[in-house]
Write a protein that binds this ligand. Sequence first.
Ligand SMILES: *Cc1c(COP(=O)(O)O)cnc(C)c1O
Length: 357
Amino acid sequence: MSKVHVFNAGPCLLPQVAIDNTIEALKDFSGTGVSLISISHRTKEWDAVMDETRALWKELLHIPDTHEVVFLGGGASLQFLYVAMNFLEKKAAYLDTGVWAHKALVEAQGIGEAYAIACSKDKNYTYVPKGFEIPKDIDYLHITTNNTIYGTEIHEDLDCPVPFIADMSSDIMSRPVDVSKYDLIYGGAQKNVGPAGVIFAIIRKDALGRVSRHIPTMLDYRTHIDKLSMFNTPPVFAIFVMKETLKWLKGLGGVEAMYKINKQKADLLYGEIDRNSLFVGTAAKEDRSLMNVCFVMAPGKEDLQDAFMAFAKERGMVGIKGHRSVGGFRASLYNACPLEDVQALVDCMQEFEKLNK
Ligand SMILES: *Cc1c(COP(=O)(O)O)cnc(C)c1O
């Protein structure tokens, strides 16, 4: 097979070393003679994997002792419900910056009173609203730091006067984060830190227990903190691959080093989009995501869209079709996407421009 360049929005590309080590563990997990997917999770060998995974999260994101990290099934979409169950007492505010942010809001509205504090739907979610006032009497403010579908990102950790909750599914571990500013950070692993099948939730422990409702055992974060994510059978395969992915990230120099590379990759591609007469970016410049780069054909060049898609495909580009609600193209530059692949896409755009001047 010829070389492919993978820009899938999720599940994401994962580092080859993580895949190779997983293949070995599928044959023989940790010298036990048993496959990773058949081992008992009540063994010291598995405990060691859980401990190492937790330790890597804490080290890479500098998670303070006030917080604990848990790993669960159900996807980020089920976390929308966890958030409301564990934190919503009277009223919560959501920053509506895209489809995922909106789904999180709607899920909370099934549990109690929740509203959009600001919304960017008026321009098809191509920017992040700013300057909104955060009332002091709400239970929490929920944001989505990276809007995977629209290619916008909140680049800074906001100062929030009320409990602060963030869905970081698609930019976790891509940049440094001040975890102490958040009461909860959660997301699906499959956008940047592992395969589908596991979520992470980083929880400020003393922020729990403030709601009066009965929380079903499995939906109560305290259950999973108490049992170190092993209340029931954990998704062993997904957690193992996540651990291997984080080991790779640590070897590279951690989140700070990764952030520099991610900026380089994004600058390279946005630079080409801005220079190339055939393409334009769709996200507001100051809100451009480092992870998901969205662009369309320039005005008057729309009829070249299918031709560019075919041209790029021939050159090994995979997964650059934009989300159906945006159209055009989207290249996801998650951590494991190498700079060379971004360069290959840029070369492809330049070649296409020469042929279509
Ligand atoms: C993909 C995504 C989700 C949904 O994740 P699932 O694990 O498929 O439920 C939620 N939020 C964001 C920001 C996403 O990118």
